[in-house]
Each structure stands twice: as structure tokens, then as C-alpha cells.
Design a protein around this ligand. Structure first.
Ligand code: FES
Length: 91
């Protein structure tokens, strides 16, 4: 078993997986999977606490937009995620 196949949802095939960039490194994700879930599976964890959009510990920048909650945002093919900027809720 290789990394990534352990979370292959029932009925899905490997070819559905796509990649996005996290801090310049390709990360594999499944359609519908959150950025945080893909980062955790790839051992590139953002700060992560509640996993349900409450604590704002998982904020990342997505394609230059800061303050995006990784646990609530689906991964999209080709997106660029920067895990370094940490900022709370938008004012
Ligand atoms: S982990 Fe709490 S808002 Fe994302």
C-alpha cells in the first residue's frame, strides 16, 4: 500500500486524484476533499484544531487571498496554497 491509497474513498479510482501546490510542493487531493485534509494526508499540516470552521487556526493563503480556512475550503486542481500567513477572520 502506498501513501494516499489508504484514504481512497469507496468507488473512487486513483485517476480522479489531482494536485495543487502547497508552499511550492505538489500535494495530492481527491475531489471534494478540504485543503486541510489533503495537507494532513501529505504530512504537511497547517495549524489545525477544530476542523469545523470555528477556531481559525488553519488559515492559509489561497492564490494570494489570505485568511482562508483550510478545513472549510475544498482543494481545487492547480491552486496555490501558502501555509505561512496566519491571520484570523476577515474584518
Ligand atoms: S481548524 Fe478550526 S477553523 Fe479550521
Amino acid at each position: 500500500m502506498t501513501a494516499g491509497t489508504r484514504r481512497l474513498p469507496a468507488g473512487r479510482v486513483e485517476e480522479e486524484r489531482f494536485t495543487f501546490l502547497a508552499d511550492g510542493v505538489p500535494v495530492a487531493a481527491w475531489p471534494g476533499e478540504s485543503i486541510a485534509a489533503a495537507l494532513l494526508a501529505a504530512a504537511r499540516s497547517p495549524a489545525y484544531f477544530c476542523g469545523m470552521g470555528v477556531c481559525w487556526q488553519c488559515t492559509v493563503a489561497v492564490d494570494g487571498e489570505v485568511g482562508v480556512r483550510a478545513c472549510m475550503t475544498p482543494a481545487v486542481p492547480g491552486m496555490k496554497v501558502d501555509t505561512l500567513p496566519r491571520r484570523g477572520p476577515k474584518a
